[in-house]
Ligand binder design. Sequence first.
Ligand SMILES: *[C@@H]1O[C@H](CO)[C@@H](O)[C@H](O)[C@H]1NC(C)=O
Ligand SMILES: *[C@@H]1O[C@H](CO)[C@@H](O)[C@H](O)[C@H]1NC(C)=O
Length: 391
Amino acid sequence: MVRLKQLWPSLMVLAVLVIGARAVPITKLESAVAKGAVCLDGSAPAYHLDKGSGSGVNNWIVHMEGGGWCADTASCEERKSLMKGSSELMNEDFGFFGILSGNQTSNPDFYNWNRVKVRYCDGSSFTGDIEAVDPAHKLYFRGFRIWQAAMDDLMAKGMSNAQNAILSGCSAGALAAILHCDRFKSILPETAKVKCVSDAGFFINGKDINGGSSMESYYSKVAATHGSAKNLPVSCTSSMKPELCFFPENVVKTMQTPLFVINAAFDSWQIKNILAPTVVDKHKEWNKCKQDFKKCTPTQLQTVQGYREQMLAALEPFRATNTSGLFLDSCHTHCQGGSAALWSGPQGPQVGKTKMAKAVGEWFYERSTFQNVDCPSLNCNPTCPGATTED
Ligand SMILES: *[C@@H]1O[C@H](CO)[C@@H](O)[C@H](O)[C@H]1NC(C)=O
Ligand SMILES: *[C@@H]1O[C@H](CO)[C@@H](O)[C@H](O)[C@H]1NC(C)=O
């Protein structure tokens, strides 16, 4: 009989092969606590770092985790019992996939870079900074300090010698990548090639089903709760209300650093929360449709199709600059670049016959430009995925 003990090493190897990624351990920034850089519950911020090697030792990709926002005391309070609000509750290991993968085959341009995943536990896309701590709730609004503390720590670990660097993220983390992109460039050596990548972070100030702007009202609460205004790009806040400066369409106009946008034209989060949020869908007529487009009425489908038009209009100023990269697929999904399958796998969505790994790599190294908008209608692209991996 083969004993389990003897089998163990080969089972471990098998597990790694099946998962296709090495688990990257967490680093908690205990020293950041003294600077007041803490998660909503007061715990230390955290990241996962997989060190670069060979030709990638001086290259850095810093990717911020997503997970929506909290806009008031009650919703931020809820996060204290989740890993989205406390590093005490975070998983110790993270498998790195897609744009963070250490596998040369699936991530040929970035596999040997220093790859970092900054954990999200502030609920403000790393923009908050309020000194006072509400004694009744013991909630800390310090997202921006977390971002700064993470950057300081990574600079000390070698990022100050970066030759190539990318600030990226998924969803709320992708929005943070846009909001902090120029700042990221400014802390790195002048000689470094620095660019940013937003995966599902192009949240538009779209009209909802009642013709209002629910998302603008929502961001107004986020900004007030977290004290975000002073940490949003000044080039935007100097002429617009803070809540408007959460929208990439208003920020990219004055952004200096090149940005690549990966987004679904029918982004599932945006359809649910910007087009048909529960607050305006009083009779819950959109409940089924916004989960599954097969359950939409013909009129609802037209409205969904119209959302893509809103998205294209919002992207117009961004597309006008020749340094912008764009991979806008006509899929119904949210966050694509963190998945092994979608980033470069055989089932990966294609726009202009290209998968996102190739599009982003070519654009970063300027081997070619890439601005591609998919065929216009829902279901027109047979390479679209049926599922998502992270929100
Ligand atoms: C790397 O990715 C390729 C393609 O997905 C896969 O076939 C291979 O097994 C992976 N290698 C490792 C060491 O996981
Ligand atoms: C973008 O345009 C500027 C000014 O016309 C030019 O100098 C630059 O080389 C262009 N960059 C790319 C990547 O095409």
